[in-house]
Design a protein around this ligand. Structure first.
Ligand code: F3S
Length: 640
């Protein structure tokens, strides 16, 4: 049977289960990555499992999110992460070395490997023909402990690329076009495999922009074949030995095929407040712009920044615009210094930020009140920038740079600049990547006051009666549940404090309501928990006593996180039942063991009505729920 590329890699990693779309399979994981905002909890969980040395081929801990050190908290986290990595056999990428996905692509990703990371944009490494998936920190900790990772075997969508990108149009516009067509729910349960004659016209950086933002489709991951372009990229990274050609067999089957003609694309922008709210830049042309930010794991590679530099060369940023540039890694920054592009940015008036996530995670550079901010990032959810009234538009580096110069939204295909990118030098610098200790027993783990013990959950009660403490609309993101931003992020290893911020933009005093009512249930619409992989969006509600989330549908990673933390994910069998529930209604799950059967009856005690809800979980998931979450289960099982 001919196989597509996804099947080839997945099938060689299936430890158990039937490799058939919709069926659960357990996968062997070769590599893991963590970043600091989710990593502290992942390593606290790894320690709780009693694991001495990680069992993966490669595990890397990156510090790229909470790099602002205005108090002791982030510095405490960094010191903990560095010491725990040294002790347990994990590589440690120091703060400022680069954004996890950019550095991983440059230094570690390999064709044919499986990678999970406690960051939802881990699929970036799909540009290197890895099956790379975002996961909750606990799942990453389990993989480091040598346990398998369960996914639902996905449908595979063939995205066939034809033609070549015209002047002013970039790979960002390819993924924005797909988001325009398929929406933020269009990828759920699917992997997008890119094929066709257009693939060879895209560099690894361009492919990485697409695989990175495939996360916004809700996809399990995205992947490109490994070809001569991949080989040349690896050779420039001085690791050509990692190259292995990989592509689908001729006549391989796909569940669906989508064709995109690159030659027919135009510059696009995702408008506030969703990555699928996509319009042509030409329709937005002339709108005044206040801020332009170039960088993030989506568009901060050598080629992205060189394209922006080409547009900015010899120009000055408009007086009404603040332009920031965050290179994706020190390697990229060094190349820009050496070829003069950094001088181009500085001379154009750009503010150069460190090689980290920065404004993408709300670490500085919040736009002004009611500001219009053009960003080359991947998310523009309400409030993520730190300014609730700001409108964030997601664009390509070319659109960003052209608009920064003009001071208004500008279609770069109408601007004259050079498309020629200078050859990328072969330059490697791993000096800020610390190797694990040769003598792990002697390493003391540094636990400052910001490193708090894990919150614990109780086993599942037989009968749960609680209030619907919040009722939410469709597309609630993990940014809504556990917000980001400089004020909140330093508490990622302090769940008690972090829980006071839960739903702060949806319902003031949510934590107090939970406390006053001894926890409760969350009621939500479609696609609950989309966005970032942060398990804090399950852990903090668990801490507040949330026992179940009743939603029209769930985002994949968040649903897994809920189960990992002992919260029952229920979906409305009849969506009209959602309308029947009002906030603060008393709801009762009469018999929680019904969760194992797939159907759960829920009484609305206030209204005197009853609903049958779906509980789409496996037998193993139910066991985790019974224990009050995966960590309790692991701790109660044999030591690893
Ligand atoms: Fe960082 Fe933003 Fe990517 S927070 S990992 S640059 S989505």
């Amino acid at each position: 049977m001919p196989k597509n590329l996804v099947q080839k890699i997945l099938d060689s990693h299936v430890a158990s289960g039937t490799p058939k779309a919709g069926e659960p399979v357990e996968l062997v994981i070769d590599q893991t990555l963590t970043q600091d905002a989710t990593g502290t909890m992942a390593y606290i969980q790894l320690e709780a499992m009693g694991v001495d040395q990680v069992k993966t081929e490669l595990s890397v801990s990156y510090v790229d999110h909470n790099t602002l050190q205005s108090g002791y908290m982030n510095a405490d986290d960094h010191a903990y992460l560095q010491s725990v990595a040294a002790k347990h056999g994990v590589l440690f990428s120091r703060p400022g070395n680069g954004i996890c996905h950019q550095v991983h692509l440059e230094r570690f990703a390999k064709p044919g490997r499986t990678l999970i990371g406690s960051d939802s944009h881990t699929p970036t490494a799909g540009a290197m023909a890895s099956i790379a998936m975002g996961a909750g920190g606990l799942d990453v900790a389990k993989a480091m402990a040598g346990l398998t990772y369960r996914i639902t075997y996905p449908e595979v969508v063939n995205v066939r690329l034809e033609g070549e990108l015209p002047h002013g149009v970039s790979s960002k516009d390819i993924i924005l076009e797909l988001l325009r067509r398929l929406s933020v729910k269009g990828g759920v349960g699917r992997i997008f495999e890119y094929t066709g004659p257009g693939v060879k016209n895209l560099s690894v950086y361009q492919r990485a922009t697409i695989t990175n933002m495939g996360a916004e489709l809700g996809a399990t991951t995205s992947i490109f074949p490994s070809d001569e372009t991949t080989r040349a990229f690896l050779a420039r990274q001085q690791r050509e030995e990692d190259y292995m050609p990989m592509e689908a067999d001729p006549d391989a089957d796909y569940d669906e095929t989508v064709v995109i003609n690159l030659s027919g694309l135009q510059p696009l922008a995702a408008c506030p407040h969703s990555p699928d709210n996509v319009k042509p830049v030409s329709e937005l042309a002339g709108m005044k712009v206040d801020q332009v930010s170039i960088g993030s794991c989506t568009n901060s590679g050598f080629e992205d920044l060189m394209k922006a530099a080409n547009v900015l060369k010899g120009k000055t940023v408009a007086p009404n615009v603040s332009l920031t540039v965050s290179p994706g890694s020190r390697q990229v920054l060094t190349k820009l210094i050496e070829n003069g592009a950094l001088a181009t940015f500085v001379q154009a008036g750009a503010r150069i930020l460190e090689c980290t996530c920065g404004p993408c995670i709300g670490m500085g550079q919040s736009p002004k009140t009611d500001g219009v901010s053009l960003r080359t990032f991947n998310r523009n959810f309400y409030g993520r920038s730190g300014t609730l009234s700001a409108g964030v538009y997601l664009v390509s580096p070319e659109t960003a740079a052209a608009s920064a110069v003009a001071g208004v939204f500008t279609d770069p295909s109408t601007v004259d600049y050079s498309d020629a990118i200078p050859a990328e030098p072969s330059y490697v610098d791993d000096s800020m990547i610390c190797q694990p200790s040769d003598d792990p027993e002697s390493v003391e783990i540094i636990r400052g006051p910001n490193i708090k013990p894990l919150p614990e959950n109780t086993p599942l009660a037989a009968h749960i009666e609680k209030k619907a403490v919040i009722k939410l609309p469709d597309n609630i993101t993990t940014d809504h549940i556990a917000p980001a931003g400089a004020e909140v992020l330093p508490y990622r290893s302090n769940i008690e404090k972090l829980s006071t911020f839960v739903f702060r933009n949806n319902k003031e005093g949510f934590a107090d309501v939970c406390q006053a009512n001894d926890g409760g249930f969350i009621v939500a619409g479609e696609n609950y928990g989309q966005g970032s992989s942060r398990e804090h969006a399950a852990m903090a509600p668990m801490y507040l006593g949330i026992k179940a989330v009743m939603a029209k549908s769930f985002a994949r990673i968040h649903k897994a996180n809920l189960i990992n933390f002992g919260i029952i994910p229920l979906t409305f069998g009849n969506p009209a039942d959602y309308d029947d529930i009002d906030e603060m209604d008393v709801l009762a799950i009469e018999d929680t063991t019904q969760a194992a059967t797939g159907k759960v009856s829920v009484k609305n005690v206030t209204k005197g009505t009853e609903y049958v809800m779906d509980c789409d979980i496996t037998d193993d998931d139910f066991v985790l729920l019974q224990h009050g979450g995966a960590l309790n289960f692991i701790k109660n099982s044999q030591p690893l």
